[in-house]
Design a binder for this molecule. Sequence first.
Ligand code: IMP
Ligand code: MG
Length: 189
Amino acid sequence: MHELNNTVNEKLIIGSDCFVPLLTEEVLQKRIRELGEIISNDYKEKVPVFIGVLNGSFLFLSDLIKNVNIDCEVDFFKLSSYGDAKISSGTVKLIKELNCDVTGRDIIIVEDIVDSGLSMKYIEELIAPHKPASMRVASLLLKPKSLRYNVKIDYIGFEIPSKFVIGYGLDYAQKYRNLRSIYVLSDGD
Ligand code: IMP
Ligand code: MG
């Protein structure tokens, strides 16, 4: 049994992999407060719909909207994931559709991480035909060196190296989403 250390920011040994802290809970929450303020300012007099991309974005979305002080709505998409691997399968599938009508609405897509940009491209192409009034993207993390698709991320929490990360919603084989901090796979150096 692997015991999760969810309070102290120490390294995590998972099988033969070692993960080290990258972004602590304090650092994450401070930046999310800032993003909440910026979005509240940008959307004054509007009622945006935050659309979370499941599963990874659920913690970020919930903390983000707690820091937004304007009226807003929330909905979710679900896309197929990496499966149990640490690298993308290179294909995206829609598993759960939106419930709300996005036509004429101000949409903010909320992602945990943009890696190649494939998922975001797919989502943008899915939403665009429904003619929202506006569409922006908020991603907690961006791996700029991994971007392969032309996507614009309007609100970025942190730019990080192109290494595998877990915690705060991000999984490895569906586990470790409940970690309060984000950990990165160590190269061993
Ligand atoms: P993309 O389509 O290549 O941009 O990958 C985006 C999706 O892959 C994200 O929404 C995550 O769910 C997942 N992902 C990308 N990088 C990581 C990572 O380092 N750890 C965990 N999941 C990741
Ligand atoms: Mg995701």
